[in-house]
Design a protein around this ligand. Structure first.
Ligand code: HEM
Length: 505
């Protein structure tokens, strides 16, 4: 331990405690803040509520303190919203006021202090980035252009699993192969590229660096230095690793993908819009001077995280629930056979004709939300919410998981039951038409990738269920679905092994 550093920190801590007590005594301004546990100087509520502020722990606190409550996490204000009317207020009615994002010390590093789109404040830069990304990524035309590619990728998963004798006996970690599929789905759109195998060295590097980026950013272990600036020196080692991972990742995107694509377009210039991949459009915007090269790289960074992992986690959850609910799996297979005919592989246009498949996907996104707290929102200026004062630059978490799993609002929400979306909740869509169900958020900062995620989920889950009976591995009657929450993410703790018994047509 660096004694000098410790001594300085303790002295600083003492000075800061004294100062904060004096300031709070002197401060005349009385705010009507949301309820919450009583904070102590410097630490706020951090020592009371701990680090693991996942959706379930926040739901327990909401039961105690109400639909809007405030936690003082060291120097940071955290407001948690847990009712449909308040979610409407944050995301829709006051969508501009609460439409910014907070970044903590780690997200500052990975996004170059908001030079990206996902983590930038609401304003001109965000508007420009969202506009530039819409045509190449987020329109129905993109779905039309790429769905046959997604179908081919899903088929390639099916073929590989069929060819692996272990899959039908001991079982395989299907997720590993699905991860390659998701990279291919998105890298086709971004760069018109795909990776041939799970051993492709470039794929291995990308996977490792993106995995590190997510682990480092979603971990709770750096909270102390983020909440209490005076402790930040102790975070130096952690932040150094974050910076290294960030540099290596951006360099990989630049050297192996951006530069390659630039070279290709300079040797084979094409004015044919159909042959352009997303990055060509983004580079056009750079050439016009609308954005700079860093912004281009951060767009690639955003897609690597926002698109690939969320969709992969959702597929992984969906398969786990189907394995653990064989009657639902069978019902889904029967629908696929009845509507498409046994052995006729599902395509994107078919997904619209399969109500039970749609219900299974909706139920997966309700029960196992990949982003259960949405991406944190923020109010740039002092604001009002539900009659409370919300100080400027508060982090606003909408507990979307609780909204969709609240027994006061849903019939037996603890049950995985797709039928609810064909019966009592048949009007509810994933696009946010009901404030109890917001797996993609709603409003200005909602997920633009929903247009790609839903068909990819349908094609992938559909093809797997058409081709295989999916079962737990020998000696197990259920898959372990323990959750792992992060700063705002949720995935399965253990990547399970699943037996895939091929069907014969
Ligand atoms: C099942 C898959 C997915 C889920 C559950 C999901 C969920 C979400 C959620 C909850 C948000 C935050 C909404 C808010 O803060 O109000 C978000 C934002 C975002 N998502 Fe997704 N997403 C998925 C797939 C995708 C895909 C495939 C892409 C891109 C191709 C994508 C791109 C983005 C972007 C760029 C944002 C930031 C929007 C902004 O800040 O303006 N997502 N997503």
């Amino acid at each position: 331990m660096d004694l000098l550093l410790l001594e300085k920190t303790l002295l600083g801590l003492f000075a800061a405690i004294t100062l904060s007590i004096v300031i709070s005594k002197l401060r005349g301004k009385r705010l009507r803040l949301p309820p919450g546990p009583v904070p102590v100087p410097i630490f706020g509520n951090w020592l009371q509520v701990g680090d693991d502020l996942n959706h379930r722990n926040l739901a327990a606190l909401a039961r105690k303190f109400g639909d809007a409550f405030l936690l003082r996490m060291g120097q940071r204000n955290l407001v948690v919203v847990s009712s449909p009317p308040l979610a409407r207020e944050v995301l829709h009615t006051q969508g501009v006021e609460f439409g910014s994002r907070t970044r903590n010390v780690v997200f500052d590093i990975f996004t170059g202090k908001g030079q990206d789109m996902v983590f930038t404040v609401y304003g001109d830069h965000w508007r420009k980035m969202r506009r530039i990304m819409t045509v190449p990524f987020f329109t129905n035309k993109v779905v039309q252009q790429y769905h046959t590619g997604w179908e081919a990728e899903a088929q390639s998963v099916v073929d590989d699993v069929r060819a692996d004798p272990k899959a039908a006996t001991d079982g395989i970690v299907l997720r590993n192969r699905l991860q390659l599929m998701m990279y291919n789905n998105m890298y086709r759109i971004m760069f018109d590229r795909r990776f041939d195998s799970m051993n492709d060295p470039l794929f291995l590097q990308l996977k490792a660096l993106n995995g590190e980026r997510s682990r480092l950013a979603q971990s709770f272990e750096y909270n102390y230095g983020d909440f209490i600036p005076i402790l930040r020196p102790f975070l130096r080692g952690y932040l150094k690793i974050c910076k290294e991972v960030k540099e290596r990742r951006l360099k990989l995107f630049k050297d192996y993908f951006l530069e390659e694509r630039k070279k290709l377009s300079s040797t084979k210039p094409s004015n044919n819009a159909e042959l352009k991949c997303a990055i060509d459009h983004i580079l056009d915007a750079q050439n016009k001077g609308e954005i700079n090269e860093d912004n281009v790289l951060y767009i690639v960074e955003n897609i690597n995280v926002a698109a690939i992992e969320t969709t992969l986690w959702s597929i992984e959850w969906g398969i786990a629930e189907l394995v653990n609910h064989p009657e639902i799996q069978k019902k889904l297979r029967n629908e696929l056979d009845a509507v498409l005919g046994p052995g006729n592989p599902i395509t994107e246009p078919d997904t619209h004709k399969l109500p039970y498949l749609q219900a299974v996907i909706k139920e997966t996104l309700r029960f196992r939300m990949a982003i259960p707290l949405l991406v944190p929102h923020m109010n740039l200026h002092d604001a009002k919410l539900g009659g409370y004062d919300i100080p400027a630059e508060s982090k606003i978490l909408v507990n979307a998981w609780l909204l969709a799993n609240n027994p006061e609002q849903w019939k037996k929400p603890e049950e995985f039951r797709p039928e609810r979306f064909l019966e009592e909740e048949s009007h509810v869509e994933a696009n946010g038409n009901d404030f109890r169900y917001l797996p993609f958020g709603v409003g200005r900062r909602s997920c633009p990738g929903i247009i790609l995620a839903l068909p990819i989920l349908g094609i992938t889950i559909g093809r797997l269920v058409q081709n295989f009976e999916l079962l737990p591995p020998p000696g197990q009657d259920k898959l372990d679905t323990t959750e792992k929450g992060g700063q705002f993410s949720l995935h399965i703790l253990k990547h399970y092994t699943v037996v895939a018994k091929p069907r014969v047509f």
